[in-house]
Design a protein around this ligand. Structure first.
Ligand code: ADP
Ligand code: MG
Length: 455
């Protein structure tokens, strides 16, 4: 009996020791994110601090990650990378420190790890994480001095990379984006577009820039036979492609609104006046980002060695990289859904704009994909054989509007539009064909992403 009791007590003690050992060996939860460039520590961000982290790849694509209470999550991404998902979020919560495990190795040598910060572990106040942007620069920065910035404007991630920019340049670009948002957004009360849309048939005076966008919009509408129409607003307002309600218009309200779509009915008068018949409204979503990209590029010409501006599907490359290598712009693979690239364009002093049916939209109750580019003749998402249209032009505004028109027109009409207007274009069809206009490949050295990687 005595021996048996001893055995039981011994067993309990052994189990307790084993459990203690297990608890000691279970990895500690990380309490900060460490960002390394190569082996050098670049930033140390305590979990739960309100921080977003932009990780940029060599081709200008970015991942934006948010540091949460539990780890990190992907906010948005324009790059081809295993942890990137274009639609929706990759939630990387519940990451645990396992011997300083590398969570992800990004192609440009940025490594993200979750680590136990000794200072934090001892309850010390979190130290401020280093900022992404560089410290103030010298008056005449070297052409190789690189500055990166990003922001959320026009419902889109805006990323800017500058080489050799004088101090304050990035701030000026941000201020310009803010100004354009206030001027051109249809939802910002008091903006030019808001005033035009709420004038009830009265004439309004607008900023010369708004007037100029409308003037060019009317021209592009005419030359695309109305496929591009900024007066799409009453119809685009009936759909919800951004807020997640997945609203679709009733057939009757949609049909009733069709006569309100007619860019020819916009009257532009002397002194920057705009008159719209009552009931009509404008939506500059298909052209404004291009116009803004042009203006930002203009602000940078002659001031920086090189700049890459990206506003969603609108990219503008100013100049050449200081090391003489070309800037590359990726064309997204429309079928991949993770932001992977279909191909690469070599760019210099040019804007490359892509409109795609895969970018924004939602799956309806029957599984049909409803995308955000509407056919002004039906008010429905354009029924088109194209999934993406990419134009390379010095005017980003023209490229933006024309790329939208190309999607509506479909490959046949888009190729005709390209031929008539001497456009350099690349189209991807729903059945996976890549169509380029003559000379596109020679001019921009287009190659598939696979060929680019193996070159
Ligand atoms: P994104 O702005 O997403 O890059 P686009 O340049 O193709 O894509 O513009 C699509 C936006 O333009 C829509 O979200 C809507 O605001 C507006 N729009 C939709 N259809 C048309 C159209 N046929 N003509 C002009 N603007 C359009
Ligand atoms: Mg467009």
């Amino acid at each position: 009996m005595k021996k048996k009791n001893l055995l039981i007590i011994g067993g309990i003690l052994l189990a307790a020791v084993v459990m203690l050992l297990v608890f000691m060996l279970v990895p500690l939860r990380a309490n900060c994110v460490v960002v390394r460039l190569g082996s050098a520590e670049y930033a140390r961000i305590p979990l739960g601090s309100p921080q977003t982290l932009t990780v940029e790849q060599e081709n200008g694509a970015v991942n934006v990650l948010e540091v949460t209470e539990n780890g990190m999550r992907m906010v948005s991404s324009t790059c081809a990378n295993q942890i990137c998902v274009n639609k929706g979020l990759v939630t990387l919560d519940n990451w645990e420190l396992k011997g300083g495990a590398v969570i992800s190795c990004l192609p440009n040598g940025v490594t993200l790890t979750l680590e136990e910060d000794p200072a934090l572990a001892q309850g010390a106040a979190p130290t401020a994480a280093p900022q992404n942007d560089r410290q103030p620069q010298a008056e005449k920065p070297a052409a190789t001095e690189k500055t990166s910035g990003y922001g959320w404007y026009f419902d889109t991630l805006v990323t800017i990379t500058l080489y050799g920019a004088p101090e304050g340049t990035m701030d000026e670009l941000h201020a310009a984006c803010q100004r354009y948002e206030k001027l051109l957004s249809k939802t910002v009360e008091g903006s030019d577009v808001y005033r035009i849309n709420n004038a009830g048939g009265q004439t309004v005076t607008v900023d010369p820039e708004t007037w100029e966008i409308l003037r060019r919009a009317k021209e592009i509408s005419a030359l695309s036979d109305g496929a591009f129409s900024v007066t799409i607003a009453p119809l685009s307002a009936m759909w919800d492609f951004t807020k997640g309600t997945n609203r679709m218009p009733e057939e009757t309200e949609r049909i009733a609104a069709l006569p309100l779509v007619n860019d020819g009915a916009i009257t532009l008068g002397e002194g920057c006046t705009v008159t719209l018949p009552a009931g009509m409204q404008v939506d500059l979503g298909g052209i404004a980002k291009g116009y803004i990209a042009d203006r930002l590029a203009e602000m940078l010409r002659g001031r920086v060695a090189c700049a890459i501006i990206s506003l969603g599907g609108n990219t503008y490359v100013v100049g050449d990289k200081p090391d003489g290598t070309y800037n590359t712009i990726g064309v997204q693979d429309p079928f991949d859904g993770t932001g992977a690239l279909e191909g690469v364009i070599f760019a210099k002093n040019i804007s490359v704009v892509t409109s795609g049916t895969y970018e924004r939209g939602f799956a309806g109750p029957d599984g049909t994909w409803y995308h955000h580019i509407l056919d002004p003749k039906t008010g429905l998402p354009a029924r088109t054989d194209l999934v993406s249209a990419t134009l390379a032009m010095t005017s980003s505004m023209d490229a933006d509007a024309l790329a939208t028109a190309c999607i509506v027109l479909g490959s046949e009409g888009a190729l005709r539009l390209a031929r008539e207007n001497g456009l350099d274009a690349l189209f991807i069809t729903g059945d996976g064909r890549t169509i380029m206009t003559e000379g596109f490949q020679e001019k921009f050295g287009y190659m598939t992403y696979e060929a680019f990687n193996n070159r």
